[in-house]
Each structure stands twice: as structure tokens, then as C-alpha cells.
Design a binder for this molecule. Structure first.
Ligand SMILES: *Cc1c(COP(=O)(O)O)cnc(C)c1O
Length: 360
């Protein structure tokens, strides 16, 4: 690869588009005649305001976000949302959580500190499937139904959203944000930590329907209220200026590629290369049910831990980085987000094929 970069299969922080990194490099010392780097710039300056405004508008264009939704850039990563969501959205103190993997499990634990949580889980088979949510028994006074739309660690993705029976749907899209078209009106709240599929770490994008933003939460710490961030247009305090700037560049880049439909097509082709290989391999096996396989995170294993470790070491030595699987699944995991080029996946598959031929 150019610049001697690795194909980086990290689950996050993860690869960013090379063209975006080059632009950032070129603007590093003096951003468009401002005389300074974006890192050095006042967040109250007109130059920076343009950066935020454009980032929000480009995201709105990409996702076709309706006018009755706010777009918020908040710090604290996706993890802070595990708490902010129940603190802001539980009016009756009740929610239904679909626990389909490690990230929704963490969200459940935080929600339980705030209210009564009904959990529907796929833990019985180590989260290798997504529970059937076509006809859930949802009490009338439930405040929302929560899903993690792509489980980064377990490698599952929702193909069809749950039937919430008219209740608000909340989705953690961290590891699939902007990977495919998304009908925002199907949700009350969407959020995504940006370091998986967009930009640098330390920021979450929250897309929230306006009627869910409450003004009767005076006792909640001010920073924990969506209202604070909405009223101040993400500028209540110093935001993560650098992440906003970098994400804004990625939004423009995705638009230039043809938007989310184009990304979806590329992502399907890329994942197909990986899954076609796994489906015919005698050494490597995918770990989740076929219908819910993630296009972003592909966990796979051999039949032995020793061999898994050997493969991880061999891939690393060959320039394929961060393929070690999460400890709860074991084996390997290839995260193939938007910025991973198809050639990277093809090269990895060639390498694994050769490894299999030489070691069986
Ligand atoms: C990584 C991840 C998180 C946590 O993100 P942080 O920004 O580190 O808090 C939450 N949900 C999902 C699905 C993730 O992949």
C-alpha cells in the first residue's frame, strides 16, 4: 500500500479513507488561510462554525435526515449513551432491550440503574443469532425498544428491524453507521460512536426526534440532558473540534462516492469475498448464523486456539493488522468498515487460502 500502510482490520479506532487523511495532512499547518490548524482554532470562531455547520448538513444529506430530528455531536463516546438514553427517555421507567451481544449487554446494565428493563437475549448460544422480534409482547407503557444494530464483537447485524408495535425504537449503530441506507423515520433515536466507521475516537453522533427531547429534567446533570446539546447546537461547551472536522471530511467523501447506496454495494461485495472464502474453507469457520452475518465485523475461528494464535501471528507478520478476535468469541475477527478497500479483503483471503493449503 501507498505510504507503507498496513491493511488494518481493527474493530476501532479503525481505518479512515486515505484521500481524507491526505486532505487533513495538507490542511494541517494552515487551514484554508486561517493561519492555524483546526486543533488550534477557537470553537467560537466563524471558521470553525462553518466546519460544524457543513458537517451537520452533509450528514443530513447522506442520511436524508428529516427536519424534525436533531443531529448532536456529543463527547463521552457511545458508552455515555448507555446512560443518557434511559435517563432522558424513560418517562414511565420502562424499556425493552434486545440483548444480542456484548454492546447491548453493557447498555442493559446501565439502563437497569435507571428503570425497569425487560431483556430479550440471545446469550444462550453466545449471541450467534438475533432473537425473533416480529411479535414481541411489549407492555403499553414501555418507553422504548432498544437494539444494537450491529454487534461489533459477536458479528451480527439486524436485517429487519424489530416490530416495536408503535413504540420508540432506539438503535446503537456505532459499527455500521453510514454503511448502508437508513430510514431515519423508523427510529426515535440513533447513535454512533464515530471511531468505528467514520473518524477519530472521542465523539458520538446522536440523531434524535425532537419530541423526545425533554425540558422537565432539571434534576439531571446539565451535560446529561439532550436538551442542553440540542439548544446549544452541540456547542454547550468545547466540543471535540478535531473529530467534528475529520468526520465532516468523511461525510463529504462518502457523498462524492455516491452516498450510502454506493457504500452498501461496495460493502456487500467486500463481505461476500470474506464469507465466500469462509463457507468453502475446511480450516476456518464463521461463528454466527448466516442470515444475520455482519457486513462490517467478521469473526471466524479454526478448530484450535493454538492454530488461531498461529494465524494471527502470521497475518500480522504479513502486514494484516489487528485480526485477533475479541476474547469472548476467540479466534479472529476482520473488521471491514467503509474505509477498508476491497483489495485489502482480497489480499487477506489470498493469504488465508495459502496458509490453509500450507498447514493442512
Ligand atoms: C465500540 C462500541 C461502543 C463503545 O464505544 P465508545 O465510543 O468506546 O464508548 C458501543 N457500541 C458499539 C456497537 C460499539 O461497537
Amino acid at each position: 500500500m501507498k505510504y507503507d500502510r498496513s491493511y488494518n482490520f481493527s474493530a476501532g479506532p479503525a481505518m479512515m479513507p486515505e484521500a481524507v487523511l491526505e486532505e487533513i495532512r495538507d490542511e494541517m499547518l494552515n487551514y484554508r488561510g486561517s493561519g492555524m490548524c483546526v486543533m488550534e482554532m477557537s470553537h467560537r470562531s466563524a471558521v470553525f462554525q462553518t466546519i460544524v455547520d457543513e458537517a451537520e448538513q452533509d450528514l443530513r444529506d447522506l442520511m436524508q435526515i428529516p427536519d424534525n430530528y436533531k443531529v448532536l455531536f456529543i463527547q463521552g463516546g457511545a458508552t455515555l449513551q448507555f446512560s443518557m438514553i434511559p435517563m432522558n427517555l424513560m418517562r414511565n421507567g420502562k424499556a425493552v432491550y434486545i440483548e444480542s451481544g456484548a454492546w447491548s449487554k453493557k447498555a442493559v446494565a446501565e439502563a437497569k440503574k435507571v428503570g425497569e428493563v425487560t431483556v430479550i437475549s440471545s446469550k444462550d448460544r453466545n449471541y450467534s443469532y438475533i432473537p425473533d422480534c416480529s411479535d414481541l409482547d411489549i407492555p403499553e407503557d414501555t418507553d422504548y425498544v432498544y437494539i444494537c444494530e450491529n454487534e461489533t464483537i459477536h458479528g451480527t447485524t439486524w436485517q429487519k428491524l424489530p416490530n416495536t408495535k408503535g413504540h420508540v425504537l432506539v438503535s446503537d449503530q456505532s459499527s455500521m453507521f453510514l454503511s448502508r441506507p437508513c430510514n431515519v423515520s423508523d427510529y426515535g433515536l440513533i447513535y454512533a460512536g464515530v471511531q468505528k466507521n467514520v473518524g477519530p475516537a472521542g465523539m458520538v453522533v446522536v440523531i434524535i426526534r425532537e419530541d423526545l427531547i425533554r425540558d422537565d429534567l432539571e434534576n439531571l446533570p446539565v451535560y446529561m440532558q439532550y436538551k442542553t446539546h440540542a439548544d446549544a447546537a452541540s456547542m454547550y461547551n468545547t466540543p471535540n473540534c478535531w473529530a467534528i472536522y475529520c468526520c465532516g471530511k468523511v461525510f463529504k467523501y462518502l457523498k462524492s462516492l455516491g452516498g450510502l447506496e454506493a457504500m452498501d454495494k461496495i460493502n456487500r461485495e467486500k463481505a461476500q469475498v470474506m464469507y465466500d472464502f469462509l463457507d468453502q474453507s475446511k480450516m476456518f469457520h464463521g461463528t454466527v448464523e448466516k442470515e444475520v452475518r455482519s457486513l462490517m465485523n467478521v469473526p471466524f475461528v479454526t478448530d484450535s486456539k493454538e492454530l488461531d494464535a498461529q494465524v494471527v501471528a502470521a497475518t500480522k507478520a504479513a502486514g494484516y493488522d489487528n485480526l485477533k478476535g475479541h476474547k469472548s468469541v476467540g479466534g479472529l475477527r476482520a473488521s471491514i468498515y467503509n474505509a477498508m478497500p476491497k483489495e485489502g479483503v482480497e489480499a487477506l483471503v489470498e493469504f488465508l487460502k495459502k496458509f490453509e493449503a500450507e498447514n493442512s
